[in-house]
Design a protein around this ligand. Structure first.
Ligand SMILES: [Ca+2]
Ligand SMILES: [Ca+2]
Length: 194
């Protein structure tokens, strides 16, 4: 129940971040920012453009944190960030908290990386269906995943190329709450941050 008067309510709506527009447009902030930092207007944000964006917003990331930022935001592992990927990250109130991992969190992430690599026998940076099933057995044994997830290969393979790269696995882990469970991301609700 809001205690705001009708006029104040109206102002609150006008100033809500989703509707807030600058430059006279009515595009969402995420779209305006995307366009601003896509400096070469390729329709994608490159890794160097992302680095500039973070720095420009006052967040200086270490190399390890920045590498993680690319993994987390570039969900399909294409090497660039499309608008959909950018908006999904930007709309999360914890967007920068999720990038600025501590050494302890990065250590836990490293364990996932090592595990993924141990099944990527030929260092292709991605796992085929058979390799992924092997990784899956391991994750089930470690109680990170459940049996019923076993048939979700196509869902995890965001790029639909029949292979699962590390970014795709992380994106799926993120959606399933696995990163919190493993201590890579803090267990905090979005409300606690506000
Ligand atoms: Ca991408
Ligand atoms: Ca893929």
């Amino acid at each position: 129940m809001s205690k705001l008067s009708p006029l104040k309510k109206k102002i609150a709506v006008v100033l809500s971040p989703k509707l807030f527009a600058f430059g006279g447009g009515t595009k969402p902030v995420s779209q305006l920012l995307f366009n601003k930092y896509d400096t070469d207007h390729s329709g994608l944000i490159s890794i160097s453009e992302l680095r500039f964006l973070c720095y420009d917003m006052g967040h200086f990331l270490s190399d390890a944190q920045f590498e993680w930022a690319c993994t987390l935001i570039d969900k399909d592992g294409s090497g660039e960030i499309n608008y959909e990927e950018f908006a999904a990250w930007w709309q999360n109130p914890l967007r920068f908290d999720h990038l600025l991992l501590s050494d302890d969190q990065l250590d836990k992430l490293h364990k996932i990386t090592e595990l993924f690599r141990s099944y990527d026998k030929k260092n292709h940076g991605e796992l085929d269906k058979k390799q992924f099933q092997e990784l899956f057995k391991h994750l089930i044994k470690d109680k990170i995943m459940e049996e019923y997830h076993a048939n979700q290969f196509d869902e995890i393979d965001r790029s639909h190329d029949g292979k699962i790269n590390f970014n795709e696995l992380i994106a799926w882990f993120y959606d399933q709450g696995v990163l919190q469970k493993m201590g890579v991301l803090p267990i905090k609700t979005e409300d606690e941050q506000k």
